[in-house]
Write a protein that binds this ligand. Structure first.
Ligand code: PLP
Length: 403
């Protein structure tokens, strides 16, 4: 009996071409290293204490009362959508209709993914500030877009945006600018003038802006967070993302939100409904209460983190790092060249052994790693005791250098 033989199929990698460049995140590698070596993990950016007690209790109450234990409404529970709209109005004078212009997402992470999947056509160019938050590159790739980096460069003790470079990056294929302010990992808060220039460019070239503002409440000294949606011509072209994780120190709850004009929210919701559909039911009610906490909470959080920034920045400077003092976020980017070091990745891999502290190399957040070769990022959203211990350990590094 003749057996028909089919030609063998050529072997193919399991992971598709779009995702092939994205291996395990640096956070997984460095957090595993921290666990293995018993080091203090200042790599990954999550607080080591929970947020406000009353917010946690609100979540417990919602769970007990059976609010959100079954699929919540697709756009999010009305209580949270209303609280988000009130927050945007009270803080920034931005009026959004809670029914058509606010969408609850599974953290800002899903908001980013849904916005890019909804708005980017394969072949479109997406301009992103680098070093970038790691999910941006992967989500642009999943959407079939082409990433066009514009690099924030050190200037004095701050990273700045070169507006001419941004202008030159715009082509006829540019679909949107993906912004992040306050910016992770550099700690830069874009100024009113910088934002006005970006807004003018977006209007002139008819671009959309997707802006990740998850650190909106974590700004220090004289820095001020200004949403780009407040600039002329921007409301109708801006998708603003934020979330409860950083503001309320409940990163595990994954409650985020999108605010934008109705047609943009409709587009983002179309993608979002096939990602998670809904998430975090009872936590949505708790976050609605959190957003209405008195101003004391927000100023207290800022003051607490500013003091922690000063503690860690002081220790890093003492050890000899070049310190870029962040105006926002809970990260410090430091330059290792004054320590006689060149490569951030090698440095971070050796740091646990040398002093029992973990940081992350920021070169992995660049298309051209040379731009960030000598920079490492430390998180300071930790208890004061742990930060003091980390500071002591880092001072030990100085001895190791024989300096
Ligand atoms: C932490 C972080 C996020 C993720 O927010 P979630 O609400 O936890 O999904 C998004 N963007 C930036 C810049 C972040 O640092």
């Amino acid at each position: 009996m003749a057996v028909m033989t089919l030609p063998p199929r050529s072997p193919r990698p399991l992971l598709n071409r779009r995702l092939a460049p994205f291996g395990t995140t640096i956070f997984a590698e460095m957090s595993a290293l921290a666990t293995r070596t018993g080091s203090i993990n200042l790599g990954q950016g999550f607080p080591d204490t929970d947020g406000p007690e009353e917010v946690r209790e609100a979540a417990v109450r919602a769970l007990r009362d059976g609010r959100g234990n079954q699929y919540p409404p697709g756009p999010g529970v009305p209580e949270l959508r209303t609280a988000v709209a009130e927050h945007q109005l009270r803080r920034y004078g931005l009026a959004y209709d809670p029914d058509t212009e606010v969408l609850v997402t599974a953290g800002a992470t899903e908001g980013i993914a849904a916005a890019l999947l909804a708005l980017v056509e394969p072949g479109d160019e997406v301009i992103a500030l680098e070093p970038y938050y790691d999910s941006y590159a992967a989500c642009i790739a999943m959407a079939g877009g082409t990433r066009v980096p514009v690099t924030l460069r050190p200037s004095g003790d701050r990273f700045t945006l070169d507006l001419d470079e941004l202008r030159r990056a715009v082509t006829d294929r540019t679909r949107l600018i993906l912004l992040n302010t306050p910016h992770n990992p550099t700690g830069t808060v874009l100024t009113r003038d910088e934002l006005a220039a970006i807004a003018a460019l977006a209007v002139e070239r008819d671009l959309l802006v997707v802006t990740d503002e998850v650190y909106e409440h974590l700004v220090y000294d004289t820095a001020e967070h200004v949403p780009i949606a407040t600039f002329p011509g921007m409301r109708e072209r801006t998708v603003t993302l934020s979330s409860a994780g950083k503001t309320f120190s409940y990163t595990g709850w994954k409650v985020g939100w999108v605010t934008a004009a109705a047609p943009l929210v409709t587009a983002v919701r179309t993608a979002k409904q096939y990602l998670t559909y809904v998430s975090s039911g009872p936590f949505q009610y708790a976050v609605a209460e959190a957003l209405r906490l008195p101003d004391d909470y927000f100023t207290g959080l800022r003051e607490d983190l500013r003091a922690k920034r000063d503690l860690l920045a002081g220790a890093l400077a003492e050890v000899g790092f070049g310190v870029f003092r962040p105006q926002g976020t809970y990260f410090i980017t430091a330059d290792i060249t004054p320590l006689g070091e060149k490569d951030g990745l090698a440095f971070c891999r050796s740091l646990p052994e040398r002093c029992g502290v973990v940081a992350v190399p920021t070169l992995v957040f660049y298309d051209d790693p040379e731009a960030g070769r000598a920079h490492v990022r430390f998180a300071f959203c930790k208890t004061e005791g742990l930060l003091r211990e980390a500071a002591d350990r880092l001072r030990g590094l100085k001895g190791l250098q024989g300096s």
